[in-house]
Design a protein around this ligand. Structure first.
Ligand code: CA
Length: 234
């Protein structure tokens, strides 16, 4: 069975550049894959193009009112939406919730508060989530929700990006994944020629898994193609 396993993809629609970059950084550090849009219409096309797992939507946007953006998103997608707004007046929030928003946070809020809502909404939305809880590859156990990795029962400390990379490879365990795919899916970067980012993170991950490129175990390089996560041959 092939299942897709990725860290949740979030889309932040927010016109305030400062709030946007704060949230992006905070949520990225917490291991989410985050993209953003500064206007309602850009946000709508991101929803269509990227199919995020959850949208954080500001109500006060420069081009189209957030409640209208919400309606437009709902016309094309059932993606969970959390309203983030300075408008703490009941009517606009009630209207947003009536129009299909899943939850809301009132500005100012902390990244931790927002993340708690994100987790709750994703949990509610994802009864049949595409994310399996735990992927086991040989002695390697990757608990995606708890963000915990163990090798032969020993906990391995990974940086958020290392974990994201490993979780992505685990979701496609046994399959060769190209560096271009990793750059696009894990780093959300379009491929612009040789890039050391993937190689550097793979070598860090290798070190933490106690292996080297010369003596690979779980991270098996396929020359000229990419890398495959698989149980070491015994
Ligand atoms: Ca705003």
């Amino acid at each position: 069975m092939r299942y897709v396993l990725q860290v949740p993809q979030l889309l932040i629609i927010e016109d305030d550049a400062r709030i946007r970059s704060l949230l992006m950084r905070a949520l990225d550090e917490r291991g989410y894959a985050v993209s953003s849009a500064a206007t309602g219409m850009a946000g709508l096309s991101e929803v269509v193009d990227r199919r995020p797992d959850l949208v954080v939507l500001d109500l006060g946007l420069p081009d189209v009112d957030g409640t209208e953006v919400l309606a437009m998103i709902r016309a094309v997608s059932q993606v969970p939406i959390i309203i983030a707004s300075a408008r703490d007046d009941e009517p606009s929030l009630l209207r947003a919730l009536d129009s299909g928003a899943d939850d809301y946070v009132i500005k100012p809020f902390t990244a931790a508060q927002l993340e708690a809502r994100i987790r709750a909404v994703l949990r509610r939305a994802g009864g049949s989530s595409k994310l399996p809880n735990v992927v086991v590859v040989g002695d390697l156990e990757i608990d995606v929700r708890a963000r915990r990795t163990t090798l032969a029962g020993e906990k391995i400390e990974l940086s958020p990006k290392e974990f994201e990379l490993l979780a992505y490879l685990a979701g496609r365990a046994g399959e060769v994944v190209t560096k271009r795919e990793l750059l696009t899916d894990v780093w959300q970067q379009s491929y612009g020629g040789p890039d050391k980012t993937v190689d550097v993170h793979l070598s860090w991950l290798r070190r933490k898994l106690g292996e080297t490129a010369d003596r690979p175990r779980y991270l098996q390089a396929v020359r000229g193609v990419g890398v495959r996560l698989a149980a070491p041959e015994t």
